[in-house]
Design a protein around this ligand. Structure first.
Ligand SMILES: Cc1cc2nc3c(=O)[nH]c(=O)nc-3n(C[C@H](O)[C@H](O)[C@H](O)COP(=O)(O)O)c2cc1C
Length: 243
């Protein structure tokens, strides 16, 4: 349809990178693109931390899985939801921030996700590839300690970027008619049998780590286990309560 849509539809996560570094000019272009994402009420509630230190990278790679690509990617960024800047604005205006609202948590988490996706797309447009690293939330307190992340800020995910050194097939997505519901929510409009078969074919035929897998098996496995139960207490400690 056009080049932007073609680029978006060409996405796949990349976990193996050439050693070639990304120029400072490109890194800045990627982060600048991130800052142009829409932002709730103009708050811009995010900070991106670039991590170069090898020991820090190793520690984060280990706690995230281990996920070796956190150590080996030419660029590793940690995207943080950040209400600290809003607090600084309050100090400047001699006002006290009323913190701990669920809505503030949503605003900052959505903001950082939108900015990050802009960064991913910008990177892909420059011939780079990458992968998000939610695995940093396995031990978010250690990530905060390592990166000196203050109160009212939390690391949401990391992102590895670099020049791709692998050819990944694309993971098939749900069809548009399942995602786009006309007029009201359409329950049970997904043909699970068909989508399972599509995903099974993908997993069987992909060139790296081929396996027997279906979508319902994968997702049901995921949502029938506790999901990082430490997150609630961690967020409360950071100043993100759920009022
Ligand atoms: C917020 C978020 C966190 C993710 N965390 C990880 C991760 O820790 N490790 C990883 O290898 N992939 C991670 N991924 C990548 C997803 O597994 C991947 O996007 C998904 O399987 C679809 O594959 P694709 O990106 O190749 O299309 C994450 C993706 C998102 C959006």
């Amino acid at each position: 349809m056009n080049q932007v849509i073609d680029l978006l539809k060409n996405h796949r996560s990349i976990r193996k990178f050439k050693p070639e570094l990304i120029s400072t000019e490109k890194v800045h272009a990627i982060i600048e693109a991130a800052t142009w994402a829409s932002t709730s009420n103009f708050i811009q509630a995010y900070t991106v931390i670039r991590v170069e230190n090898k020991k820090t990278r190793k520690k984060i790679a280990d706690l995230a899985g281990p996920q070796p690509w956190v150590e080996t990617s030419p660029l590793f960024l940690v995207f943080c939801a950040d209400l600290n800047k809003a607090q600084e604005a309050c100090h400047y205006e001699n006002k006290g921030m009323v913190s701990g609202y669920t809505e503030q948590f949503i605003i900052s988490t959505v903001d950082v996700a939108l900015a990050a996706q802009n960064a991913m797309i910008a990177a892909e447009s420059l011939g780079l590839g990458g992968v998000y690293i939610g695995g940093i939330r396995n031990d978010p307190q250690t990530v905060c300690n390592l990166l000196k992340i203050p109160e009212h800020v939390y690391p949401v995910f990391g992102m590895c970027l670099g020049y791709p050194d692998e050819k990944q097939e694309q993971k098939p997505r749900l069809p548009v008619h399942v995602v786009l519901n006309e007029e009201y929510y359409h329950k049970d409009n997904i043909d699970l049998e068909k989508y399972n078969q599509t995903c099974k074919d993908y997993y069987q035929n992909r060139s790296s780590s081929s396996r027997e897998e279906t979508w319902t098996h994968q997702i049901s496995d995921m949502v029938t286990k506790p999901a990082r139960p430490h997150m609630k207490a961690f967020l409360k400690k950071r100043g993100f309560e759920f009022k």
